[in-house]
Design a protein around this ligand. Structure first.
Ligand SMILES: C[C@@H](C(=O)O)C(=O)SCCNC(=O)CCNC(=O)[C@H](O)C(C)(C)COP(=O)(O)OP(=O)(O)OC[C@H]1O[C@@H](n2cnc3c(N)ncnc32)[C@H](O)[C@@H]1OP(=O)(O)O
Length: 169
């Protein structure tokens, strides 16, 4: 059975649906920030997106040992692709690549306006977070991962959107 936390059950009831709408207004689900792809060979993947797919901007590789990954960002204009490669044997990407030898889509990252409010509302709907608190993600902003078994089989990362720049006075 595919699970979506307890949200699908609860939203069937009028009162809880209204509450969920109020909650979502507070935390506001926003843009697709990136799609992450786990890759067995980071330099080969980097070259593919730069030279074959002709992406205009492909970053250098950055090591993030605190997340167990090396990352490369491919800018697409409306969103990004994050290439992920394991950093260390405990890396979650190592476990993923052990099951998916050629790599594949690992997670999607969605922006929210208020990550603490999002976590509270999602937990109340039965969606499990994979850390007790948000951590600092690849863009230096708070992120939290949601269990794929509670999100229809998709690993979802939430990232608190950077505050919009204020117009010059
Ligand atoms: C730098 C940062 C950033 O962008 O800001 C990052 O990207 S860090 C990127 C790396 N960090 C993370 O991924 C952190 C969050 N990830 C985790 O905590 C873990 O990887 C889990 C998602 C819990 C999976 O861990 P593990 O493979 O040990 O768990 P498990 O074998 O018990 O799997 C539990 C269930 O989830 C499924 N599963 C595992 N990984 C999955 C994935 N990427 N997408 C969809 N489903 C997935 C398994 O098939 C299994 O399904 P069944 O139960 O149906 O068999």
């Amino acid at each position: 059975m595919i699970r979506f936390g307890r949200a699908a059950l609860r939203l069937g009831r009028r009162g809880l649906a209204t509450q969920a709408l109020k909650d979502s207004a507070a935390w506001r689900l926003g843009r697709l920030n990136h799609v992450a792809i786990a890759v067995p060979d980071l330099e080969a993947a980097r070259a593919f997106w730069r030279d074959v797919m002709q992406a205009q901007r492909v970053s250098e590789s950055v090591a993030m040992p605190e997340h167990g990954v090396h990352t490369v960002f491919v800018e697409l204009g409306n969103t990004k692709i994050e290439l992920l490669h394991p950093h260390g044997p405990e890396s979650p990407i190592a476990a993923f690549l052990a099951r998916n030898k050629r790599g594949g889509i690992h997670h999607v990252c969605l922006e929210v306006a208020d990550i603490a409010a999002a976590l509270g509302a999602l937990r109340a709907s039965g969606v499990r977070a994979l850390s007790s608190e948000p951590r600092t993600g690849a863009h230096g902003l708070p992120v939290v991962f949601l269990h794929p078994s509670d999100c229809g089989g998709v690993l979802v990362e939430l990232e608190e959107a950077a505050p919009a720049p204020q117009p010059a006075a």
